[in-house]
Design a protein. Sequence first.
Lengths: 194, 88
Amino acid sequence: MTDLPVAVTVTDSFGLSASATATVTIAGGTTTINVGETTVLSETDNGNGNLLVAQPITLAQQSTLQSLSFYVATVGGQLRLGLYSGATPTTLVAQGAAFTPVAGWNMQSVTSPPLPAGQYWLAYFPASNTLGFRKAETGGTSYFKTVTFGAMPSTFPTSPSTTPSHWSLYATFIVTQDTTPPSIPTNLTATNVS
Amino acid sequence: MATFNVTGTVTDSDGLSTPFTGSFTTASPPVVNSVTISPQSAPAGTLRTITISATDPNTPGGPLTYTCSVNGTPATATAQANVFTFTA
């Protein structure tokens, strides 16, 4: 069972506002899994301002995206994190708001409807070449394309470049466990075979 | 909304004076009476409806604007300003 915070704000015509909170409970036996690169890789990297980068992950079971986490070694400018689907990065599934990352792991709440198992792409999108992060030049094929920083495009840009690198970037998914017991078979018969 | 009455006197160097009166009001922020989530507890992937009940003490029935987010992600607005939906 997982509780998610609900935040509401009400504003009147004077601009005065009041806030309240509540909780949504995801029931039925849930667990979270991290998919992607959860370790702080050793090789430093930067200079990716206005570059939309996507690295592959495989989702083994239907899950709901809860958050995306990106490791920053050197702060500088804003960042967006998102998730694409497709055999290559194609369709934007979810993205977070632009934020100013801090040094270390930056977890952003990014949620989605339930996603079927399959191939997905963790995307990061820095605004500045100053932002520094960590990578390894292994891990499959990642895609990148120069795009002016802003909201991630709903469709990944055409004719992207590729690299064998991947970055310290992972997604946290909520996995719903099947807690429904199997039904009891009826009308069974047995035959003595000996 | 509370109203405050102001009274005073203006006096010049000749000792002549004129009284004045006025008033000002202070507005109170809106009141959130309840936040109802239906269903509040359900399996992942369930469409939930979030209904906010709020009142404006300054102008009963006056216009209010609402925002709502779940786990930091904006919920989906509906035709009713105080009702949102979200899949979680």
